[in-house]
Design a protein around this ligand. Structure first.
Ligand SMILES: *Cc1c(COP(=O)(O)O)cnc(C)c1O
Length: 375
């Protein structure tokens, strides 16, 4: 279906295309010079000592948990209101995701509920800046430090966000960004691990490249590894996109401000805002219907908007209720009431760098009409 207003769209220029083509004309399609250049630029942008490029955000999270030594019998505290990969990477290392409910305003892990979930088996906390919002990351860090538990930051949605001047990606021992086409910047597919820890960075470099060691040859494998390499074709696109990240963030903030202005004053839904001290690099723009609406009405709204050519989505259904998680873990609806309440009523609006005022007005008008019909 052709949408009048699509949910997301990558911002690709001729410079991006030229960067990719120049790699295709070079002898180095993978493990060439674009890989360290992309990593160096990303480390500089985020402000970490090291950056390790991988082929997706998901593989990045998995490799980080491996590098941190998280394994069977360990528990990792995380949020049930996120993209599935956050929980999956914990399951992939045979550890147990321990879900903690979210804050009803920021939608991030509720820091005040973390301590009750900590046990002797807790080996990491895996928080997410949901939709790019960094609110509460400092509190989570304080609790993790108090208990000596490392943080793996799933900052896949938050490239460029800051809390009191501190960038997303620097709140934990390790952080992971992602570059699928709907993210703030894209490499087609891709991810980036950031850390200040030299040992963890070196381990990730080895794990992403078949367990090869630093000085060893192509067929010397020090450990069980994977092929999670990011090709120089992707890295060239990443370098080119990253060079425009400030412009991307500025444009997205302008679109968010435009939505905030156009959608103000309607008491049928809550519009996301930036808390004091937070600088949001917006991933998506998610509104929430007020509590008098049911999930069925929200689902009806999604359907009506889609039929009218406005591409919307239900970011996010509760991760803990996905059948392959709920079943084995014995979880059921109601276990995380804030997550349930929020996730039954949220809707992501079309959001990307180049949403026009006219498009935003169409979204607003259709949204109002649909809600009038729903009653
Ligand atoms: C995008 C995203 C990821 C990683 O996604 P990939 O598609 O594997 O790059 C992980 N966690 C969150 C919260 C995300 O939004």
């Amino acid at each position: 279906m052709e949408f009048k207003v699509p949910l997301s769209r990558a911002d690709i220029t001729q410079a991006d295309i030229d960067a990719v083509v120049s790699v295709l004309k070079s002898p180095y399609l993978s493990l060439g010079p674009k890989l360290p250049e992309f990593e160096k630029n990303m480390a500089r942008y985020v402000g970490t000592k090291f950056a390790v490029a991988v082929n997706s955000g998901t593989s990045g999270l998995y490799v980080c948990l491996k590098a941190m030594g998280i394994t069977a019998g360990d528990e990792v505290i995380t949020t049930p209101f996120t993209f599935i990969a956050t929980a999956n990477c914990i399951l992939m290392v045979d550890a147990k995701p321990v879900f903690v409910d979210i804050d009803p305003v920021s939608y991030n892990l509720d820091a005040t509920k973390i301590e009750k979930a900590i046990t002797k088996k807790t080996k990491a906390i895996l928080p997410v800046e949901v939709f790019g919002n960094p609110a509460g990351m400092d509190e989570i860090r304080r609790i993790a430090d108090k208990h000596g538990i490392p943080i793996l930051e799933d900052c896949c949605e938050a490239l460029g966000s800051k809390l009191n001047g501190k960038p997303a990606g620097t709140f934990g021992q390790m952080g992971v960004f992602a570059f699928y086409p709907n993210k703030q910047m894209t490499t087609g597919e891709g991810g980036m691990i950031v850390t200040d820890d030299e040992r963890l960075a070196a381990l990730c470099v080895s794990l992403r490249n078949q367990g090869r060691g630093a000085g060893g040859g192509w067929l010397a494998h020090e450990r069980l590894g994977y092929n999670y390499r990011l090709s120089d074709i992707n890295c060239a696109l990443g370098i080119s996109q990253l060079s425009r990240i400030d412009e991307f963030i500025r444009k997205r903030r302008a679109v968010a401000a435009m939505y905030q202005e156009l959608l103000a004053g309607d008491d049928r839904f809550v519009v996301p805002t930036e808390a004091i001290g937070s600088f949001i690099s917006w991933f998506v723009f998610v509104i929430r219907l007020v509590d008098r609406y049911t999930q069925a009405q929200r689902d009806q709204l999604l359907k009506m908007m889609t039929q009218r050519g406005i591409q919307v989505n239900n970011y996010f259904p509760p991760v803990y209720l996905q059948p392959f998680i709920a079943g084995p873990m014995g979880l059921k609806a109601g276990d995380f009431p804030v997550t349930d309440r929020v996730s039954a009523r949220t809707m992501a609006l079309p959001f990307h760098n180049n949403i026009t005022r006219q498009q935003a007005e169409i979204v607003r008008d259709e949204l109002r009409k649909c809600l009038d019909e729903i009653g």
